[in-house]
Design a protein around this ligand. Sequence first.
Ligand SMILES: [Zn+2]
Length: 310
Amino acid sequence: MQNFITPFFQFAVNKRCNMMKFGTYVFLPEKAEGFDFHLYRVKPEVGRRMPPQPDMYSNIAIFGDNVTARNHPDWISQSPLGPAWRTNNNFNVRWDVLCATQPEHREEQLDYIEDVARHSPGVWLNSIHFADHGHCTCPRCNELWKKSGLNWFEWRRKEVTEYMAQVSERVRDRAKKKFVIGVLPDPLTNYERFGVNFDDLAPLTDEFLVVMFSKNYATPWYWEMLTRNFKKLFKDVPLNISLYVFGPGDDPREVPTARELLMVSVRMARAGVDNILYLAEGASQTLRSYGGKPVQEVLDFVKSWEKIVE
Ligand SMILES: [Zn+2]
């Protein structure tokens, strides 16, 4: 163990001392002092476009685009669980997402990205892929899929990879600028959900960016993702997940609320978990008398589930 770990950490430390840099990622074209580089959101997912800056990298979201979706509602990505409007709670979409094969949008974005690349040190992309699992089932996508002769997942992968190859060519070969592909923070089921295959994209990009989300919605998002990841790894063996509610020595004021537990539980349930356990110190009654109001809320919530099951 020692022999394995020591060189690994040595490598990590060397890499860090030689190469690690700190950057800012900003909505306004303002450079904070003391950082090594700056990434400016010239076109975030809301779809607003701002002029690129000559000394800041440009960040562009391609298919998450509220403005274009408003102007072309028929370009919205489709699925059996409804279109990818940001109001569709069947998915974790925080913005409107367009169909990833829409030809006019693809073409317009290619020209736009190349132009932005020419006016800044490079382009970092977001929202390069299909909206989520089950997308897109619009008539064009169905036709493209059938024509391809591939299975559904492989066809989506081909669409994402081929389009990224075109974008890469525009930024790296034509504009001669740095190119960075951004992906969502799901290391194992990006392929099934979004059509993203990291090995395909690696030769096309200079670096990867993993977009980690804000505290506001991090926990449910990540718990759902982890559930999907473990389901994939465990294959047919049922997956139990335990949630730590209230353990020995815990401060009752720090117990998760019923709402938090419910949200995380439902997110895991829809990602395919087989059973969920709620870890507590002892039997319900003990917990109730000790934990005060927050614990009581949790127990009432579990009790209400028992009623539903009965
Ligand atoms: Zn489509």
